[in-house]
Design a binder for this molecule. Structure first.
Ligand code: CTP
Ligand code: CA
Length: 226
């Protein structure tokens, strides 16, 4: 065998993935954002697609694009746009994975013209963005599977499990902050995956493609929802 053909275990499944950073405009030339690379989301999209799923990837600006030609990409900029795209696709989705690093707050006012430099200090008023995973978690129907991510710097397990419950996830993937080979811009990651039923899986430092494979394995182990 010269080619590896993964089993088509997600054949016919519709998968929605949010990925990458959001950008929240301040004026026509400036925005608030974060260092998310979208590498984990791209790896997940490719894993699902290679196992037969119909993948819709909602992608923030500058986020890594997947390889698989069948993946449908929906490009967005702000959290509000990401929410709109996700909410439109969600009713049809069998699986939703919230891998995006959504900005928690956005400038209250977006200036129409470039903001001019003025005094020695300035204050920007921010307002909370919609929580995409939480909002769609409330809409989740019985057959749908939701997977979330968490990155914490203290009380990691407690905060991750709290988010699992609050956002109605079936699984949450906790990114390790303490490891050399784990993080936002890296090609590798080390994770703990907590299930809604209390079980847990841990990984070594692995390429994000392998981490994606592990996440798919955990999804397959979830009780069948009919
Ligand atoms: N998330 C989302 N929409 C937001 C914020 C977060 O969909 N506005 C999703 C993320 O994609 C991730 C999960 O929620 O799957 C947890 O994100 P995180 O930033 O860790 O959680 P927050 O609820 O924003 O809490 P905090 O940043 O205060 O830790
Ligand atoms: Ca957040």
């Amino acid at each position: 065998l010269t080619h590896f053909h993964p089993k088509q275990e997600f054949l016919g499944k519709k998968v929605l993935i949010t990925s990458g950073p959001t950008q929240e405009a301040l004026d026509p030339v400036r925005f608030i954002s974060n260092h998310s690379s979208g590498k984990m989301g791209a790896a997940l999209a490719d894993s699902f697609a290679s196992q037969g799923a119909e993948v819709h990837l909602i992608l923030g600006k500058g986020a890594k694009k997947p390889q698989h030609a069948s993946i449908q990409i929906h490009s967005v900029t702000s959290a509000a746009e990401m929410y709109e795209a996700a909410a439109n696709l969600h009713p049809q989705a069998d699986i939703a994975v919230f891998a995006a690093a959504v900005a928690d707050y956005a400038p209250k006012h977006v200036a129409e013209e470039k903001i001019k430099k003025a005094g020695e200090a300035m204050t920007i008023e921010l307002v909370k963005n919609v929580d995409i995973a939480y909002s769609l978690g409330k809409e989740k129907r019985h057959h749908q599977i939701h997977v979330g991510f968490a990155l914490e710097t203290e009380n990691e397990e407690f905060h991750a499990k709290e988010k699992l419950g609050k956002k109605n996830f079936d699984l949450i993937v906790l990114n390790s902050m303490r490891e050399e080979g784990a993080g936002f811009q890296k090609d590798t990651n080390k994770v703990r995956i907590f299930s809604e039923d209390g079980s847990e899986a841990n990984s070594e430092v692995l390429p994000k493609e392998k981490i994606a494979g592990l996440i798919l394995e955990r999804i397959k182990k979830l009780p069948v929802k009919i």
